[in-house]
Ligand binder design. Structure first.
Ligand code: ATP
Length: 295
């Protein structure tokens, strides 16, 4: 026996990392990082329908084959946390390139964590939602909040930041998949107590508003393996981006611009793999979510 299905359509936004330092490897196997996350307007499209039933079943129709899609795990853990059973039918249309350092998988998972309780008519307290999100992946908790935020530890301890001056960005996605695991392994081999101290100091300087000090440690290893990404960074900087940088462990490279016009002009000069996006503040992120969930 099953009740009537409730459904929503969602946009799961991508992120860029405005700064990213990898300090050291921790005893639990994760790396200790410092980062600044920022949501952007690039987004996957998701539809979710839920109807209560005696047994749980979770189906996902996806336009890109992603084995072990995090959305399915997210649905399973949040239903369990609510003590609910039912039929979940989800549809995913990817716009955020997979393995691009833009957090698409994490955002899709966070979208499911936020939406399913609403469809099931339950409230999951935020601390529990954050705990479920952290267990799914280090970038997932950020997408529960969005905007601009500092992430420390594994990236799951989050602190809001005020919006910066730049409102527009150009994101270049050259169709290369970079393995985050391999990037951490290669970078891990170069870490020393001294590099960790420098990373911490440099991060504080950047967060206090020195745009020139913004940096992504993964560039050290990823640019060596993929020199075309370093070339994209240079082209963005030449087109006026301040800063231009790898996002996450790549392969997306972004540049920040003060105005939409500057971003559009730069975009034209960079070709097909470049797209202009806007930075999405926490206030805008909240508004998008309120609208999507009809609250
Ligand atoms: P990360 O830095 O965490 O590796 P990313 O931002 O580079 O993430 P994602 O698009 O999130 O890139 O994909 C990372 C990995 O997560 C992929 O290898 C993919 O197999 C897996 N994954 C699981 N679910 C999803 C999803 N819904 N969308 C994209 N990738 C997913």
């Amino acid at each position: 026996m099953s009740g009537a299905a409730k459904r929503v359509r969602l946009r799961a936004l991508a992120k860029i990392n405005l700064d990213l330092r990898v300090l050291s490897k921790r005893p639990d196997g994760f790396h200790e990082i410092r980062t600044v996350f920022q949501t952007i307007s690039l987004a996957d499209s998701i539809e979710i329908a839920f109807s209560p039933a005696r047994k749980t079943s979770i189906e996902l129709d996806q336009d890109v084959e992603i084995p072990g899609n995090l959305m399915v795990r997210a649905a399973s853990v949040v239903l369990e946390a609510m003590g609910k059973t039912g039929r979940v039918m989800m549809k995913l249309r990817k716009q955020i390139p997979v393995g691009g350092g833009l957090g698409g998988g994490s955002s899709d998972a966070a979208a499911v964590l936020r939406a399913l309780p609403v469809l099931a008519g339950r409230v999951v307290p935020t601390p529990l939602l954050v705990r479920l999100a952290s267990a799914l992946g280090s970038d997932v908790p950020f997408f529960l909040f969005g905007g601009k935020a500092v992430g420390i530890g594994r990236g799951t301890e989050l602190f809001p930041l005020p919006d910066g001056k730049a409102r527009s960005a150009v994101v270049v996605t050259p169709g290369i998949q970079v393995s985050t695991v391999a990037a951490y392994r290669d970078l891990g081999a170069l870490l020393t107590p001294e590099s960790s101290r420098q990373g911490q100091d440099g991060f504080s300087t950047a967060v206090w508003g020195n745009e020139g000090a913004m940096r992504n440690d993964f560039e050290r290893v990823v640019f060596q393996q993929q020199p075309q990404l370093a070339a994209i960074k240079q082209r963005l900087a030449k087109a006026g981006a301040m800063p231009a940088m790898l996002s996450g462990s790549g392969s997306a490279v972004f540049g920040l611009f003060r105005s939409k016009e500057d971003a559009r002009r730069a975009c034209k000069s960079l070709g097909d793999t470049a797209q202009a996006v806007s930075l999405v503040s926490r206030q805008q992120y909240d508004a998008i979510w309120k609208r999507q969930l009809g609250r």
